[in-house]
Design a binder for this molecule. Structure first.
Ligand code: NOJ
Length: 545
């Protein structure tokens, strides 16, 4: 385990870390077969070290039929051969730690792949059997032919699929809040709970520093399986593409916690068990929950004997508006402070549009993405950076034939899904595959022709690039005083705050403003010395009084 950082003695690393999310399928190919893998991650560690991140979070690399890009896990305690083997993983941990980079891995406790041994056993076992009781198998309504209730899959359609019994007759239904290839586990079953603890121990023994918990709000279900009001509304609330930060979107979001299958009180107990396991290991091991929650429900997860963090997702949808962002920041800080935690800030991830595209695309989108990165990096807490965000990549306009996301498939193309932000990273060179691989095998998602200027090599060569900005910001971030955020009024459209003598100003208006007095520490765009142009952020140090 790594030593605690000396700068802020006693502050656990994850409370102020910059965490880089690696989507292993698309990060880098290390063995020349055209697909991203763990050796590719190892090869990329120097790049990440120079970028200045404190930790990496690896999206799933476990054996999986890849129906949901690895969030359909068939064995949670192994490495998919496509990504390498367990020795590669051990080397990855050692190599990351030798560069003072912590490693967080994903756990997917809500569901498994239908190829998981347990589900295969359940399919050939009788209704009511021990094997079926690890999942949610129910008889259908209307003589068996209709789903047991009206719950909807978050990926579209019903959350129930009917199986064929071993004797060939149509039989019971099983629950899947996501794709039909992702049966939900029954968390009221002690075997399920024990197995998850074994998974945690397995990775902790190998030296991981933390876990990102997939669908952390979904494990517990109402075992009476009642119909819910507006099941489609609940799933729509989770659709990033429908969220524009408006009041209506927020109201949709507020429906997410739903006592039948989301955010139930029983979760508290589950995570208490998890925390006891983490605390039995040396070093600062941590957890971060993937959960959209209203502020008053965070305490169901984050607690001294519960989870450490919950993702702050508000900036995935926040409109380009100083007042709205200020309110977002205030609410987020207040909510986590109330439970003794620190905030987390995420601008994008593998489920959401890339920042550049969400904020208008083109030069404007790029400028805003740079400005916003500096804004969140100036705040207290930790930042999660999705691979490619540091390059200012935009979503890729993919042909429908290339799309793999079950969201696209289950909604029959009505929703395009999340592939646009998952295209393999451009490392170098003037054409696809941009150094991602040495192979000529087509990539799982095609890269565009216009990435020549946003490869890592091209941005390294350009001192004004987004990559250089991220490097400088991540380095300077460690020197920002560890003090509370105090907002300052600089007029309409300006989001400004100070932490001690450190000031951060972001301009969301259409007009440039004069900068206050002080020393410029960093700016998101080269510009005239004395003004803050629209769509830019500046870090300053106040003049000594
Ligand atoms: C959230 C993950 O981030 C997403 O990619 C996945 O599809 C769902 N959970 C289901 O595991």
């Amino acid at each position: 385990m790594l030593e605690a950082e000396s700068q802020w003695p006693g502050v656990p690393w994850w409370r102020r870390a910059a965490v880089y999310q690696i989507y292993p399928r698309s990060f880098r190919d290390g063995n020349g077969d055209g697909k991203g893998d763990l050796r590719g991650v190892i090869q990329g560690l120097d790049y990440l070290h120079e970028l200045g991140v404190d930790a990496i979070w690896l999206s799933p690399f476990y054996p999986s039929p890849l129906r949901d890009s690895g969030y359909d896990v068939s064995d949670p305690r192994a490495v998919d051969p496509m990504y390498g083997n367990i020795d590669d993983f051990k080397e990855l941990i050692a190599q990351a730690h030798s560069r003072s980079i912590r490693v967080i891995v994903d756990v997917v406790p809500n569901h498994v792949s239908d190829q998981h041994r347990w589900f295969q056993e359940a399919l050939v076992s009788a209704p009511g059997s021990v094997e079926r009781n690890r999942f949610h198998f129910r008889d259908g309504r209307d003589g068996g032919q209709s789903p047991p209730n009206n719950w909807a899959s978050l990926f579209g359609g019903s959350a129930w699929t009917r199986i064929t019994e071993p004797d060939g007759r149509p039989g019971q239904w099983y629950l899947h809040l996501f794709d039909s290839s992702q049966p939900d586990l029954n968390w009221s079953n002690p075997q399920v709970r024990a197995d998850a603890l074994e998974t945690l121990r397995y990775w902790l023994d190998l030296g991981v520093d933390g876990f990102r918990i997939d669908v952390a709000l979904g494990l517990a279900k109402d075992m009476t399986y009642p119909d819910v009001d507006d099941p489609v509304g609940i799933t729509e609330a989770l659709r990033f593409d429908l969220d524009d930060g408006s009041v209506e979107s927020q109201q949709r979001r507020a429906k997410v916690p739903n006592s039948a299958f989301f955010d139930r009180d029983e979760l508290r107990d589950i995570y208490r068990e998890w925390r006891a396991v983490l605390d039995s290991y040396p070093g600062d091991r941590m957890t971060v929950a993937e959960a959209w929650l209203p502020p008053h429900r965070i305490s169901n997860y984050v607690a001294p004997d519960g989870l450490h963090q919950v993702f702050g997702f508000d900036f995935l949808v926040a409109p380009w508006d100083a007042d709205r962002m200020r309110a977002t920041i205030q609410a987020a800080i207040a909510a986590v402070t109330a439970v003794g935690a620190t905030p987390t800030w995420a601008l994008s991830n593998h489920d959401s549009p890339r920042v550049v595209s969400r904020l208008g695309g083109g030069d404007v989108g790029r400028a805003r993405a740079r400005a916003l990165a500096m804004l969140v990096q100036a705040l207290p807490g930790s930042v999660y950076i999705y691979q490619g965000e540091e390059l200012g990549l935009a979503d890729v306009d993919l042909p429908d034939a290339a799309r793999e996301d079950p969201v696209f498939i289950r909604t029959k193309g009505e929703q395009k899904g999340r592939d646009a932000c998952r295209v393999p990273l451009p490392w170098s060179g003037g054409a696809p595959p941009y150094g991602f691989t040495e192979s000529t095998t087509p990539l799982w998602l095609p890269q565009p022709e216009d990435w020549v200027e946003v490869t890592i090599a091209a941005e390294e060569a350009d001192p004004e690039s987004s990559l250089h900005l991220f490097r400088r910001a991540l380095q300077l971030r460690h020197h920002i005083p560890n003090m509370n955020v105090e907002f300052i009024d600089h007029g309409t459209g300006i989001l400004a705050f100070r932490r001690g003598d450190f000031h951060c100003l972001m301009n969301t208006s259409d007009a440039a403003i004069a900068l206050p007095e002080g020393e410029i520490v960093l700016r998101s765009q080269p510009a005239h010395e004395s003004v803050l142009a629209p769509n830019t952020t500046v870090w300053m140090r106040a003049p000594k009084k």
